[in-house]
Write a protein that binds this ligand. Structure first.
Ligand SMILES: [Zn+2]
Ligand SMILES: [Zn+2]
Length: 418
C-alpha cells in the first residue's frame, strides 16, 4: 500500500476533515488520534507535491457533515445529562445519522475499509475520552453505572442509569400483608369502575392494603434517591401466612438511583424502623443484577406450621398416623382456589417430614415440603384434587386456619455477593 497515494485518492473525493481522513488509517501504528493521522498525511502530501497546505473548515467535511468538530460540545452535554447521578463507570454509544452512514459506505466502497475506524467507534472514543475526564469515570462494557446514547440525528442525549440491587431476607411478623403491591384486577388500580367506587377493592385500587414491598421501599428510595423500587421475592407466602425462621430471600431493585454507594447497614435499620415490627429485614447487602432471576427461580424446600381444624374429634395417635402416611410423593392438580382459566396441571411434590400435636380440638402441624407444594390443599385434599391428602389419611374434614412459613432452605447464599 502507498499511504500517500491512498491519501490523495480520499482527498480527491471532496473536502474531508482531518478526523475523517485520519480514521481511514486508524489501524496503522499506535498512540495517535485520527486527527493527528489526518493532519500528518495532509502535510506529507502537500510537501511531496510541493503544493500549499490547506485544511478545510471541519464543518465542510462531506463525510461526517461537520459532526467531528462537535466532540467537546457533545461531551459537555452528556456530562450535564448525568450530573445528578453518582457514577464510576459508563458506556457511551452513538446513533449515526443515515446520511453520514451513506457517505461512509460510499467512501469504503471507493477506497476499502481495511485499516479504517467507523464513524461511530471514532465518535464514541473521542467523546467518551472527554466525558470520562469531566465525570471522573471509566468505560465499562459489562455493567456500566450509566449508558449514554448520543442521537446525532435527533440532536439528543439519552441516559440510562443502571438499577442498584440489594439482597436480603425478610421475616413477616403480622398477617394480612401481601409480598408486593397488589393492584386491583377489576379497576386496574384506579379505584373506580364506570364512574363508581370499585366494589372489589372498596375504591382503594389495591386488593391488600399493605405489602412487604411498600413497608420496606421508603428506606431504599431515601438512601439511593432512586425513582422506583421493586421487591423480587424467592417465591411468596400467602397474605395471611407469617414468614418466620431466617426469613425469605429477596432482592430489592432500585431504578435510576442518584446515589449508588450507600451504607447497607443504615438502610437495613431504617427499613426495619419503617416497617414498625410488621416486617423485619436481615443480611442486607449489595448484589449484582443477575441475582434477581436466580432469587426468583429459587426452588428451595420450605418448612410450614399450620393450625388445622377438624369436623370431628381427632386423637394425638390418629394425628401422628395420618402425618406419617403423608410423607412421600403427592399429586396435586391446580387448586380450585386459583384462577379457573389457568390450565389444569398435575404436579408431583415431595413431603419430607410431617409432625404435629393435638390441642383443644384442633392441631398444630409442621410440614417440610418441596418448593411449590400447595399446603392448604395438601391438608384439605381440595375435593380429591390433591392425593393423598392429610384429610384422606385422617378420615375427617381438615381445614388450614393459619399457615406460617418457618424456613426457606437450601441455597448457597455466597452466590449472591456482588
Ligand atoms: Zn469529517
Ligand atoms: Zn378495584
Amino acid at each position: 500500500m502507498n499511504l500517500l497515494e491512498e491519501t490523495r485518492g480520499v482527498l480527491s473525493e471532496g473536502p474531508v476533515c482531518d478526523g475523517c481522513l485520519g480514521r481511514r488509517f486508524a489501524e496503522l501504528s499506535y498512540g495517535l488520534t485520527s486527527r493527528e493521522r489526518g493532519k500528518a498525511l495532509r502535510v506529507a502530501v502537500s510537501m511531496e507535491d510541493d503544493e500549499p497546505y490547506e485544511s478545510p473548515a471541519p464543518k465542510e467535511c462531506w463525510v461526517c457533515d461537520g459532526a467531528f468538530s462537535g466532540f467537546d460540545e457533545w461531551a459537555e452535554r452528556a456530562a450535564s445529562a448525568v450530573e445528578e447521578y453518582d457514577l464510576e463507570t459508563f458506556l457511551l454509544g452513538t446513533r449515526v445519522p443515515p446520511l453520514v452512514e451513506e457517505n461512509e459506505n460510499l467512501l469504503d466502497d471507493l477506497h476499502g475499509e481495511e485499516h479504517a475506524a467507523s464513524f461511530s467507534s471514532e465518535f464514541n472514543r473521542e467523546v467518551g475520552k472527554r466525558f470520562g475526564e469531566k465525570t471522573d469515570s471509566t468505560v465499562e462494557f459489562e455493567r456500566p453505572d450509566v449508558t449514554v446514547t448520543l442521537d446525532l440525528q435527533r440532536d439528543s442525549v439519552e441516559v440510562d442509569v443502571r438499577s442498584v440491587y440489594f439482597y436480603g431476607r425478610y421475616r413477616k411478623l403480622e398477617r394480612g400483608i401481601a409480598q408486593t403491591e397488589w393492584e386491583c384486577y377489576d379497576c386496574e388500580g384506579t379505584g373506580t369502575v364506570g364512574g363508581q367506587d370499585c366494589e372489589t377493592c372498596d375504591g382503594t385500587g389495591y386488593i391488600v392494603d399493605e405489602s412487604v414491598e411498600e413497608l420496606l421501599r421508603p428506606a431504599f428510595l431515601e438512601a439511593t434517591d432512586g425513582a422506583a423500587a421493586t421487591l423480587h421475592g424467592a417465591g411468596r407466602e400467602d397474605v395471611d401466612a407469617l414468614m418466620l425462621g431466617d426469613g425469605r430471600p429477596f432482592v430489592m431493585e432500585v431504578e435510576s438511583p442518584r446515589r449508588r454507594e450507600v451504607d447497607t447497614d443504615a438502610v437495613q435499620s431504617d427499613a426495619n424502623e419503617g416497617a414498625d415490627g410488621k416486617v423485619e429485614v436481615r443480611e442486607l447487602r449489595r448484589v449484582a443484577g443477575d441475582v434477581v432471576e436466580r432469587v426468583k427461580s429459587l426452588s428451595a424446600s420450605k418448612r410450614y406450621r399450620a393450625r388445622v381444624s377438624f369436623d370431628e374429634t381427632v386423637t394425638q395417635e390418629e394425628l401422628e398416623e395420618a402425618l406419617d402416611a403423608l410423607v412421600g410423593t403427592v399429586e396435586q392438580r391446580t387448586p380450585s382456589r386459583v384462577d379457573r382459566r389457568r390450565a389444569d396441571k398435575v404436579r408431583e411434590r415431595e413431603v419430607y417430614e410431617a409432625t404435629g400435636e393435638v390441642k383443644d380440638g384442633s392441631a398444630t402441624i409442621e410440614l417440610h415440603t418441596e418448593g411449590g407444594t400447595y399446603v392448604k390443599e395438601l391438608v384439605s385434599g381440595d375435593e380429591g384434587r390433591t392425593e393423598p391428602s392429610f384429610a384422606d389419611e385422617i378420615g375427617a374434614e381438615a381445614t388450614v386456619e393459619e399457615l406460617d412459613v418457618l424456613a426457606v432452605e437450601a441455597e448457597n447464599r455466597e452466590d449472591f455477593v456482588e
